[in-house]
Design a protein around this ligand. Structure first.
Ligand SMILES: NC(=O)c1ccc[n+]([C@@H]2O[C@H](COP(=O)([O-])OP(=O)(O)OC[C@H]3O[C@@H](n4cnc5c(N)ncnc54)[C@H](OP(=O)(O)O)[C@@H]3O)[C@@H](O)[C@H]2O)c1
Length: 252
């Protein structure tokens, strides 16, 4: 048996949503483990800032996951640069809070395009390379899926859909490609979220259930470390089709 240290040495890993928070921390963690990274998001600036501080080969691709050709563009960029794709981490999301009667079909389509179709297309386009490398997919979703706080119907429906897709793909792509999901709990401060700070966490908790077993607002590192563990076949080669919460017990 090899050591217990996660190693992604020489592996080509695509990370969406890499310009902020969880995606950026996953990229940092994967870089420390030796991965070669394709970082993607719509905005160039945060990807550039991140790339400059990572000590690993990095390729940056600006792409809107709602665009039909985004998956192919991102995958071909990774293949052109690194010659292979070993893993895909879907961390981008389009969040939104609105009462159902103030929502509209465009809001629904937007969330499902970015949160469900985008990740699915990225995996589809990467499949030949993922199969060749017996690779891995990790979808970052939310432990909020399955709960019902007010105003989050479309958003949580898209999250639940990505969880469902995770399990379906794990079965369909086995044994070549492992597919898992990591489910962070509310961490309080989001660029796209409108519920912020510990007050926001307490608000969410109040709308859902009794609360987290542990009051911890900085779980981003724990999420990133688990994602990298799931990417490394030496550590997690027998794990697929799982949905793993990293939420301190919220909303137990
Ligand atoms: N924030 C939380 O408290 C929380 C809680 C539970 C679960 N999560 C999950 O964790 C994951 C990451 O969350 P986060 O808080 O790190 O994200 P975030 O800071 O809100 O950033 C969202 C990321 O998605 C990218 N993105 C948004 N729309 C996009 C589009 N159309 N095309 C391509 N990229 C797009 C953004 O980059 P650009 O703007 O550059 O495109 C950004 O990097 C999500 O799946 C979310 O469900 C987060």
């Amino acid at each position: 048996m090899k050591g217990h240290v996660v190693s992604l040495a020489g592996k080509s890993v695509i990370v969406t949503g890499a310009g902020s928070r969880i995606g950026a921390r996953v990229a940092e963690c994967a870089a420390r483990s030796g991965a070669h990274l394709t970082l993607t998001g719509r905005r160039a600036a945060p990807l550039q800032v991140l790339a400059e501080r990572l000590g690993t080969p990095v390729h940056r691709v600006c792409a809107d996951l709602a665009a039909p050709d985004a998956g192919e563009r991102i995958v071909m960029a990774a293949v052109d640069r690194f010659g292979r794709v070993d893993a895909v981490v879907n961390s981008a999301w389009l969040a939104g809070i609105a009462p159902f009667d103030a929502s509209d079909p465009a809001m629904f389509d937007g969330m499902f395009a970015v949160n469900v179709r985008g990740p699915a297309e990225l995996v589809r386009c990467a499949l030949p390379w993922l199969r060749a490398e017996r690779g891995a997919v990790v979808n970052v979703t939310s432990s909020g899926a399955g709960t019902a706080p007010a105003g989050r119907s479309f958003h949580l429906a898209s999250t639940a859909a990505l969880n469902s897709l995770t399990r379906s793909l794990a079965r369909e792509l086995a044994p070549d490609v492992r597919v898992n999901a990591v489910l962070p709990g509310p961490k309080g401060v989001g660029r796209t979220g409108r519920v912020t700070g510990l007050d926001g966490v307490r608000h969410l908790r109040g709308t859902v259930g009794p609360g987290a077993a542990h009051d911890r607002s900085g779980a981003v590192d724990a999420v990133a470390r688990l994602v990298c563990f799931l990417l490394d076949p030496e550590q997690s080669g027998w794990i697929t089709g799982t949905l793993i919460p990293v939420d301190g017990g919220w909303p137990a």
